[in-house]
Write a protein that binds this ligand. Structure first.
Ligand code: CDP
Length: 220
């Protein structure tokens, strides 16, 4: 019987570098990659598009339950207004519950028969896959994360200013950390990777070494 897929749970706040790191780790180890934030963004985006208030838990839960692959493709998902709606819908327990099955299914059976999955999110190591083989909690100071987000926006040609990006980031952090359901906290057994003073290469080296050490076969 083939071994169970290796699960890498990669959690952390906005702009901590999880996305870049997760894609690179997945490609390095030949694992599938899931950006679970896209699921919440997709629910938030459909709520906005359909003129619904993201605070409406019942409507958001219906959308979450109906979500399909096509909802994950739209370019608007990256917009900041969608990120804000995502943090609001992500606090509704029924929305989170509706998205559990998809995420656990991805971990149990990664697409294309990949031998593992890297799942990036907020609660992967604590709620979605508490038995994950490798848990990494990526963080950085809010000022550094706001600078990274500002640069990302500017690279995309979106006009923004630092104080505004910083304020949005602080608000979103507070919502993610303080919600009663699946708050953003590191799992007790997570490797904590602070990227405040690390560039993307250095963060990748540390995370890859951690995963390789955890997955060393017991016998050779
Ligand atoms: O890209 P960024 O880190 O800014 O955000 P994201 O990962 O796309 O997630 C958008 C929002 O979805 C977050 O601020 C969380 O409120 C929510 N989310 C969540 O609650 N649980 C997850 N596993 C992933 C995202």
């Amino acid at each position: 019987m083939p071994d169970a897929p290796v699960i890498v749970a990669l959690d952390g706040p906005a702009a901590s570098g999880k996305g870049t790191l997760g894609r690179r780790l997945a490609s390095h180890f030949g694992y599938a990659y899931l950006d679970s934030g896209l699921l919440y963004r997709a629910v938030g985006w459909r709520m906005l598009r359909e003129g619904k208030d993201p605070e409406d838990a019942a409507a958001a839960a219906i959308i979450a339950a109906e979500l399909g692959e096509n909802d994950l493709k739209s370019a608007e998902l990256r917009e900041d207004r969608v990120a804000n709606a995502a943090t609001i819908v992500a606090a509704h327990p029924d929305v989170r519950q509706a998205l559990v099955g998809y995420q656990r299914g991805f971990a149990a059976k990664p697409p294309q028969g990949a031998p593992g999955a890297v799942i990036d999110g907020r609660d992967i190591g604590t709620v979605i896959c508490p038995d994950a083989d490798c848990k990494i909690f990526v963080d950085a100071s809010v000022e550094v994360r706001a600078m990274r987000r500002l640069k990302e926006l500017q690279d995309r040609g979106v006009e923004s200013i630092y104080p505004r990006v910083l304020r949005d980031m602080e608000e979103r952090d507070a919502r993610d950390r303080n919600r009663p359901v699946a708050p953003l906290i590191p799992a007790d057994d997570a490797f904590k990777l602070d990227t405040t003073d690390l560039d993307a290469d250095a963060a990748f080296e540390l995370a890859a070494a951690f995963i390789a050490a955890r997955n060393k076969p017991d016998k050779s």
